[in-house]
Design a protein around this ligand. Structure first.
Ligand code: FBP
Length: 549
């Protein structure tokens, strides 16, 4: 239980999240309407072969109505991956959903992520526990983890846990990788005649778990608004003191949705979009060159200050570094222990270099030792480079300073730049009204999916740019969102990540304005998220969602 309670914490506990109309009468007043059979977005034959029991299920929409059978449910819930504001709301949505079916319903919270499910470690959530976490940020009610469910042994243990606790459903709240876990587990249960449903919920501040059915994951709204508030504050400081450039790295492992949203909310002088860097096949030197052009242009106007937003995942989108990381991912599978054992960075580089092609070896050799070390760090359990640990913002400051010196022109004196990294600051903020309502509705929908014995689904709530009265709830077969990608040296079924669409309205709006923002101080200062007050301020949605990008 949290130790202290501020006034805002108390006030948020009393907030009543809004539900779509179809869910407002609880599980006794909602029915599931099934659509046509579905197909995966790509690699249909391969996905069908991997998910023979769950592939092709229909999209489901919830409508008000009298269901034939309403029974008490026992639902296990797992929080997976990085924290995102709204996690506790998903749990309270599940909790209130199943309790609306029967007061005998139970919610078991598995501790520390998917690992807790495998080990059967849980806490039973009751009113007294649930009620102190309502509408709060963080995942501390039950904790989270990044264990990947992929071994037969783990699946067998899950079957035992489901049987021992008479689980009707397991809800896995996570990003693209974790929802893939959920789909694989659902398939395994079905293949082994286990009646427990497995359902996912789309979570990630990164905003990249979306498609035509999932308009946004929960958490993005609050995190992006939190970063935008901080960027706005820094922009105002920069514009007041007029003495520093601020290089601000923003979380978002791969996609630049957070960076783009923050740019639309604050109008920085520079905002790099990883997807554009990749599309233009820009080298690191060209990226540095573009930033330096803006720094020089502003210096000519007497402005030696500015704001540059750097996406966390940038290095993976610069073609020569992307190729290097891909080779490193495969190479490290064979020599990870040896690399770990070597004490000096030059020895680590020498070991791994034996497994690299000549161009990648040259790229690695040219990077500063600090960045080399960060690229060789442990991958996460899903095989991803831990980009949040790579200090791209510092690398770019150093390279821009060198480039200015090389050009020796307009920029007189020392290039004064400060670096910031906004990531963990936003992941556990009090969920905005939007995230509170949305995540709660996703949880409630997951309870309806469980009541209808639907498995291999991801909970969905759509029409989010309209008022909650117009929101539509339902479920999407997870296999429908999958394709095959190379991970950890192997082809794997995964949910396709949504990157920034360079033809989409959000990017176009940014691209139309960036030259003006580069030159002028067009900064916007969005300020902190407001929880109480006028609806148009408190319930405002992101630009990304408003523009349908
Ligand atoms: P998810 O994809 O699990 O939601 O995590 C998002 C994220 O916050 C990324 O933006 C970031 O790169 C990563 O998690 C950091 O991971 P960790 O919490 O393990 O440091």
């Amino acid at each position: 239980m949290p130790h202290t309670r501020s006034t805002l914490c108390n006030a948020r506990i009393d907030y009543k999240p809004k539900l779509p109309l179809a869910l407002r009468n609880g599980l006794k007043g909602v029915v599931a309407e099934k659509g046509e059979a579905t197909e995966s977005i790509a690699d249909q034959d391969k996905i069908k072969a991997l998910f023979p029991n769950t592939y092709g299920a229909p999209v489901v929409k919830f409508k008000e109505g009298k269901p034939a059978d309403v029974r008490p449910l026992t639902v296990g819930v797992v929080l997976s991956g990085g924290q995102a504001p709204g996690g506790h709301n998903v749990i309270s949505g599940i909790y209130d959903g199943v309790k609306s079916a029967s007061p005998e319903s139970r919610v078991l919270g598995f501790l520390g992520g998917p690992g807790g499910l495998v080990d059967g470690k849980f806490t039973e959530i009751d009113d007294s526990l649930m009620n102190v976490y309502r509408n709060s940020g963080g995942f501390d009610l039950i904790g989270s983890g990044r264990t990947k469910l992929e071994e037969e042994d783990q699946f067998k243990k899950c079957i035992e846990v489901a049987a021992a606790n008479k689980l009707d459903a397991i809800v896995i709240i996570g990003g693209d990788d974790s929802n893939t876990n959920a789909a694989v587990l659902a398939e395994y249960f079905k293949a082994n005649n286990v009646s427990c449903s497995v359902v996912g919920c789309p979570k990630t501040i990164d905003g990249d778990l979306k498609n035509q059915y999932i308009e946004t994951p929960f958490g993005f709204d609050t995190a992006a608004k939190t970063y935008a508030a901080l960027i706005g504050n820094i922009a105002r400081d920069a514009n007041s003191a007029k003495k520093y450039w601020h290089f601000i790295k923003l979380m978002g492992r791969s996609a630049t949705h957070i960076g783009l949203e923050a740019a639309l909310q604050t109008h920085p002088n520079v905002c790099l979009i990883s997807e554009e860097v990749e599309a233009k096949q820009m080298t690191l030197a060209q990226v540095v060159g573009e930033i330096t052009d803006v720094v020089e242009m502003r210096a000519k106007d007497g402005k030696k200050f500015g704001i540059a937003l750097i996406p966390e995942g940038l290095v993976e989108f610069i073609p020569e570094i992307k190729a290097l990381i891909k080779e490193l991912n495969d190479a490290l599978v064979g020599c990870e222990k040896e690399v770990e054992a070597a004490a000096k960075i030059e020895d680590k580089v020498a070991i791994v270099t034996k497994h690299l092609t000549a161009p990648s070896a040259a790229v690695l050799a040219a990077l500063p030792p600090g960045i080399q070390a960060q690229l060789l760090l442990d991958r996460d359990p899903h095989g991803n480079v831990q980009v949040s640990l790579i200090e791209t913002e510092k690398l770019l400051i150093e390279l821009v300073a060198r480039e200015l010196e090389k050009r020796g022109g307009a920029y007189k004196g020392k290039f004064k730049a400060l670096n910031h990294f906004f990531g963990y600051e936003g992941r556990c903020a009090h969920p905005s009204n939007f995230d509170s309502d949305y995540a709660y509705s996703l949880g409630f929908s997951a309870a309806v999916l469980a009541q209808n014995k639907l498995t291999g689904y991801i909970s969905s709530v759509s029409k989010l740019k309209f008022s909650v009265d117009a929101w539509e709830a339902g479920g999407i077969p997870t296999s429908m969102l999958m394709n095959i990608e190379r991970r950890h040296g192997e082809d794997k079924p995964v949910i396709q990540k949504a990157l920034v669409d360079l033809n989409g309205p959000a990017f176009r709006l940014f691209a139309e304005n960036r030259d003006k923002w580069a030159k002028e101080e067009a900064y916007l200062y969005p300020g902190a998220i407001q929880y109480f007050g006028p609806t148009e301020i408190c319930d405002a949605i992101t630009e990304t969602l408003r523009l349908g990008a």
